[in-house]
Design a protein around this ligand. Structure first.
Ligand SMILES: Nc1ncnc2c1ncn2[C@@H]1O[C@H](COP(=O)(O)OP(=O)(O)OP(=O)(O)O)[C@@H](O)[C@H]1O
Length: 328
């Protein structure tokens, strides 16, 4: 469905050039759901904009549904729906009219467009809002209307750029429930970007991690975690001295890595963490070190990013996180 080779975008300014996307090779099969993760400025939106024909690549090629984005932009646009950041819908229009106009723009007759619009509004839990002005919809409802806009012309591929940013957890879950149902019903390929790591983890069959305009990892969430980050261990004892002694013991273990001390608490990477807990407790006991707290948790995609880049995605985004909107 998507095939890029060496996809590159440079923004040439007066003083300097921004290498926004640097030789991306991306392959997405029909029917896949792929999430693109990366810190702010990694080049996610620019990549989406090249795939959706809104930005012309500086170099490399991209094909969508078999059509080259530069040679055949109209064919590409006919086959994909794009839900960008922010709202595409006009605020003064009524919700249903907005969808119908979108359908007609894509060549549907008015009656078919109305039927499709009504169908999508029902599917996205917007029934009863047909005559409501877009500006009077809640944040969650407006975002769902954006998704409906992207789906009006029955595209094979839906590209979603941060669809749930700014929504509260309830509305995020609700949006995803609807997108998932529509994906099943209409057999759509999904390419999305998100700042929410848990969302990528649960919604996407494949996660592509980008940093500084390049793909640095591309796999299923589970493989990424097992390949690039083991389980995480946190142990607390009564005081820093005891914890330091325990840390020294763990340094000797083959199963542990990156043992770090923080006062009376230590953290470490640990292979097959939960199976090693009894041995760890016995070791501490034998050394007369009483453990006051012990936790083993599965790695997250943030741990993967941390291993790959030495930086945390979560921290990178926290600084720019928008305020959540009110519940729908
Ligand atoms: N029109 C433009 N002109 C100049 N530079 C641009 C333009 N658009 C994007 N950039 C730069 O290209 C780089 C990649 O930006 P892009 O918006 O693609 O990143 P992103 O991964 O989508 O970030 P975010 O998560 O914040 O949306 C950034 O350094 C950005 O400042």
């Amino acid at each position: 469905m998507i095939e890029t080779r060496g996809l590159t975008k440079d923004f040439v300014g007066r003083k300097d050039t921004v290498h926004a996307v640097r030789g991306v090779d991306l392959h997405v099969e029909r029917g896949e759901t792929v999430a693109v993760l990366g810190p702010n400025g990694a080049g996610k939106t620019t990549t989406m904009r090249m795939l959706t024909t809104l930005t012309r690549p500086t170099a490399g090629t991209a094909r969508v549904a078999g059509y080259d984005v530069v040679q055949h932009p109209a064919q590409v646009r006919q086959r994909l729906g794009y839900v960008g950041q922010g709202n595409g819908a006009g605020h003064g229009q009524r919700a249903l009219d907005e969808l119908v106009v979108q359908g007609v723009t894509f060549g549907m007759n008015r009656r078919a467009a109305r039927a499709r619009a009504q169908d999508l509004m029902t599917g996205l839990d917007l029934a009863g809002k047909e005559r409501t002005k877009v500006s009077d919809l809640s944040g969650g409802q407006r975002r769902r209307l954006d998704v409906a806009m992207g789906l009006m012309h029955a595209p094979e591929l839906l590209v979603l750029d941060e669809p749930s940013t700014g929504l509260d957890p309830h509305n995020r879950a609700n949006l995803w429930e609807h997108i998932t149902a529509l994906r099943e019903e209409h057999d759509i390929t999904l390419l999305l970007t998100t700042h929410y790591l848990d969302e990528a983890d649960t919604m996407a069959a494949r996660v592509v991690i980008v940093d500084d305009g390049q793909i640095i990892a591309d796999d299923t969430p589970e493989s990424l975690k097992s390949k690039h980050a083991g389980d995480r261990l946190t142990v607390t004892t009564a005081n820093a001295e005891q914890t330091a002694r325990l840390a020294a013991r763990l340094e000797e273990w083959e199963a542990t890595s990156e043992v770090r001390l923080d006062g009376a608490t230590l953290t470490a990477g640990i292979t097959a963490g939960s199976t090693r807990v009894p041995e760890l407790v016995r070791t501490a006991d034998a050394d007369g070190i009483p453990i006051t707290d012990l936790q083993v948790r599965r790695p997250t995609l943030d741990d993967v990013f941390l291993t790959l880049t030495g930086r945390s995605l979560r921290e990178a985004h926290a600084a720019t996180e928008p305020t959540p909107e009110a519940a729908a």
